[in-house]
Write a protein that binds this ligand. Structure first.
Ligand code: SF4
Ligand code: SF4
Length: 407
């Protein structure tokens, strides 16, 4: 059987490369969905075998397509299989392209259709108004006027907030922290505010590449109007879009330099521009979000920031860096099956509980929001704080909502 989308992206031969060694199921870290389901099709190996059997006609679409679809959507796109597999199969890309294939065959799950409609209608995954995009942080942040004045102003550098970091209670803490840090040291940047649209990551993760194009083109056009040359974002999902996936899936070459926000901060620290003067007095551990870590390779920069923070005793998670467990919310799994995502987060809670840390941090506002929500349900009561927030606190910066902003 044919998967035209796999052919279009030159991926049709990869399912035949898998050597069936099962390392993607049992390797250190490896696949969180397999760890929860203990069913072959929820690992890289199982998905490659199903795709192979379908391509060769060994099973019919009636037997196998729904099973493959369930497994393809029941995946956090965490890249764990790509990390442990000794072949060069681009698993995450294959899963996204197959999701697109299922969309074209009318096999998209109902909640994916709803999510797509929401993003395209509202220009954000939350389904809220664009006005609300500035409501949360502008209510809490002490630099509200300065920040609102930056909206739509020409500048070389732009801060792309991302939907989570604009709307979601806990996630906007990192947005506020970032703007306070940058304003404190006199860095210039512009923001789009109400004119910022979703980067399109949810659509690309769901396999609707053309839907994502309209959103991407809007933001790119706005930045070109403002003369922007460099974009930074705290959201590793947005980062991945801007840095790689517009080119990979949409063939868009926007020409901007793209920085991950925590890479930007690590660089400012290296340049001596950031001064930490307030000991935090915490025992800290760190969660490498999948899109920042495995899918983009940012392991050192967050640890450079942590090293520079005063009063921090740092302990790695048992599964860290390339072996770090997904928090459970990746790959739009939360929209597809929130209970399944919740079960995955319990793996993370166990891992965090195995440290002596009193605080868990991450360089991903979306992971922070999910960890804050889910860790207590997995029996883990550690404090959850974004690394950008810890950095702001260590600079002596504070704001009214620091301990108050929740969903
Ligand atoms: S680790 Fe790679 S080669 Fe081994 S079973 Fe998994 S996908 Fe196949
Ligand atoms: S991307 Fe992650 S969740 Fe999906 S199959 Fe690979 S290891 Fe499992």
């Amino acid at each position: 059987m044919d998967f035209p989308a796999l052919k279009e992206f030159g991926l049709q031969d990869y399912p035949f490369i898998c050597a069936q060694c099962s390392y993607c199921q049992i390797g250190h870290g490896a696949c969180p969905t397999y760890k929860v389901k203990r069913t072959d099709s929820y690992s890289g190996k199982g998905k490659m075998l199903l795709a192979r059997a379908l391509i060769l006609g060994r099973i019919s679409p009636d037997d196998g397509l729904q099973g493959l679809a369930d497994a393809i959507y029941g995946c956090t796109l965490c890249g764990g299989c790509e990390e442990v597999c000794q072949t060069d199969i681009p698993f995450v890309k294959i899963y996204q392209v197959l999701r697109g294939e299922f969309m074209k065959r009318g096999m998209w799950p109902e909640n994916m259709k709803l999510a797509k409609e929401t993003v395209l209608k509202s220009c954000n995954i939350q389904g809220l108004s664009q006005m609300d995009r500035i409501e949360g942080w502008s209510y809490w942040t002490p630099n509200e006027d300065d920040l609102l004045d930056k909206q739509g102003q020409p500048a070389d550098t732009a801060f792309f907030f991302g939907c989570s970091s604009s709307y979601r209670g806990v996630s906007i803490q990192a947005t506020i922290a970032t703007t306070l840090i940058l304003d404190n040291i006199g860095e210039e940047y512009t923001i789009l505010g109400e004119e910022e649209y979703c980067c399109g990551a949810p659509l690309i993760m769901m396999g609707d590449f053309e839907g994502a194009r309209t959103l991407a083109e809007h933001n790119i056009a706005k930045y070109k109007e403002l003369g922007v040359k460099r974009i930074f974002t705290n959201c590793p999902g947005c980062y991945k879009m801007w840095a790689h996936e517009y080119k990979e899936f949409l063939d868009i070459d926007h020409g901007f330099e793209v920085l991950y926000g925590y890479e930007y901060l690590a660089d400012l620290i290296k340049q001596g521009k950031v001064e930490f003067n307030t000991p935090l007095n915490i025992k800290l551990t760190y969660h490498d979000g999948c899109d920042a870590g495995r899918n983009s390779g940012y392991y050192d920069e967050p640890r450079e920031i942590i090293k520079a923070l005063p009063g921090v005793e740092f302990e790695e998670l048992p599964h860290n860096k390339e072996n770090c467990y997904c928090c459970g919310s990746g790959g739009v799994l939360r929209a597809f099956d929130h209970e399944f995502a919740g079960d995955i987060s319990k793996l993370k809670a166990d891992d965090v509980n195995r440290t002596q840390a009193d605080t868990v941090s991450s360089g991903c506002p979306s992971c922070i929001e999910y960890l804050k929500d889910q860790l207590p349900q997995g029996g883990c009561d550690k404090v959850v704080k974004d690394l950008m927030v810890l950095a702001a606190e260590a600079m002596g910066l504070t704001w009214d909502g620091l301990d108050e902003i929740y969903e």
